[in-house]
Each structure stands twice: as structure tokens, then as C-alpha cells.
Design a protein around this ligand. Structure first.
Ligand code: AMP
Length: 193
């Protein structure tokens, strides 16, 4: 595991613990000798993770679509800023560059990004871990909703259990190191019903 992708809010959120964890997250990733991959912005939790990783001497790769360079204020102090054509290209580039996906609190963009990587993982498009840092219980209801998917027969329990929930970034990074991917949803181990 070399590159960790962090998805998080382009806003700071209202609970000060969100920002505190974002700073801790960037710092820990850098101190662990890992490279941070993220959306490339200077604002909200995104900017805080990147600033903290850089301040701790880490490498930070940002990936941003042209249209958002001004709106999300591209961070100009990154190790590399990849400016791409579209949001789809951004997400693919971030996925290709990363070995694991960590989700801090955030809004619709954050949810979309982590759910995309989780669905790719369960389809076997990649075998990389996905985790939530559940600051202040922010992802409690998400976890319940995901369990409901299995309880109602839309996914198997292994695809619920493959998701990591941690109280903090340090715990999530430990869980990533021990991660074993389940067999893909439509593999011979799990034939299509
Ligand atoms: P948010 O969590 O909504 O503050 O957004 C976090 C990041 O996700 C930002 O870099 C947004 O540009 C990005 N984002 C917003 N909407 C989408 C979307 N529909 N698909 C993928 N990423 C998005």
C-alpha cells in the first residue's frame, strides 16, 4: 500500500471534529510514508487533509477537472496537480493512482465517490479496500442503510462486511493493511442467481 485516496467534503462541515480529523488524516498518511491522492482542492476538509500532509513532509497528488479549478480553488502547492477534462476522468485517475480509499465526512460528492469505489470493488474491477472514518458517528446511518441492502436481498453480507469503519484514520490504515478482498459478486465462487 503506497497511495491512499481520501474522499471528503469540499466544505468544512459544522462539527470542529471533522476538521481535526482531516488534519490528523493528512498528517498520519504523510508520517506513514504514504502518498495522499485527493481531489486537488484548497477548500474545506479536502484542503485541510492536503495542507496537513504537505506540512508533515508528505507527497500529495491532486486530480481536478478543468471546470472545478476555480470553483474548488485548485491547490497550487501540491507535489503534482493533474488537471483533467471531466469528473469521470478525475474519478478514474484517482482510482488508478490509489491502493485504498478512505472516506472522511462530506457531502454528495464524497458519497458518490466512495460508493463508486465500493461498487467497483464488489464487482471485482479492483481489489482495493474502502473505509469510512466515522467521525462523531457521521456514517452511522450510512452503515445502517448498507446493512439494509443485505437484509433486503440486494447484496450479500460479505460485501457489507468488506467495508471498514474506523473511529480514526490510524485505525483505518491498520485495517487496510490487513484487508482481504471477498470474491467478486459474479465470480465462479458467487455465480449469478
Ligand atoms: P462534497 O462532498 O459534495 O463537498 O464534494 C467532495 C468532492 O466530490 C469535490 O471535489 C467535488 O468536486 C466532488 N464531487 C461533487 N459532486 C460529484 C459527483 N457527482 N461525482 C463525483 N464527484 C463529485
Amino acid at each position: 500500500m503506497k497511495n491512499i485516496c481520501v474522499f471528503c467534503g469540499s466544505s468544512p462541515g459544522t462539527d470542529p471534529r471533522f476538521m481535526e480529523e482531516a488534519v490528523r488524516c493528512g498528517t498520519l498518511i504523510a508520517q506513514a510514508g504514504l502518498t495522499l491522492v485527493y481531489g486537488g482542492g484548497k477548500v474545506g476538509l479536502m484542503g485541510a487533509v492536503a495542507d496537513a500532509a504537505l506540512a508533515a513532509g508528505g507527497r500529495v497528488l491532486g486530480v481536478m477537472p478543468e471546470d472545478l479549478v476555480n470553483a474548488e480553488i485548485a491547490h497550487r502547492g501540491l507535489t503534482e496537480l493533474h488537471v483533467v477534462q471531466s469528473m469521470h476522468e478525475r474519478k478514474l485517475r484517482m482510482a488508478d493512482l490509489s491502493d485504498a480509499f478512505l472516506c472522511l465526512p462530506g457531502g454528495p460528492g464524497t458519497f458518490e465517490e466512495i460508493f463508486e469505489q465500493w461498487t467497483w470493488a464488489l464487482l471485482g474491477i479492483h481489489a482495493k479496500p474502502c473505509g469510512f472514518v466515522n467521525v462523531s458517528g457521521y456514517y452511522d446511518l450510512t452503515r445502517e442503510t448498507i446493512q439494509k441492502m443485505a437484509d433486503n436481498g440486494f447484496i450479500g453480507q460479505p460485501y457489507v462486511d468488506m467495508l471498514i469503519y474506523a473511529d480514526g484514520t490510524a485505525e483505518a490504515l491498520d485495517a487496510f493493511r490487513g484487508y482481504v478482498a471477498p470474491p467478486p459478486k459474479w465470480s465462479t465462487a458467487n455465480p449469478r442467481p
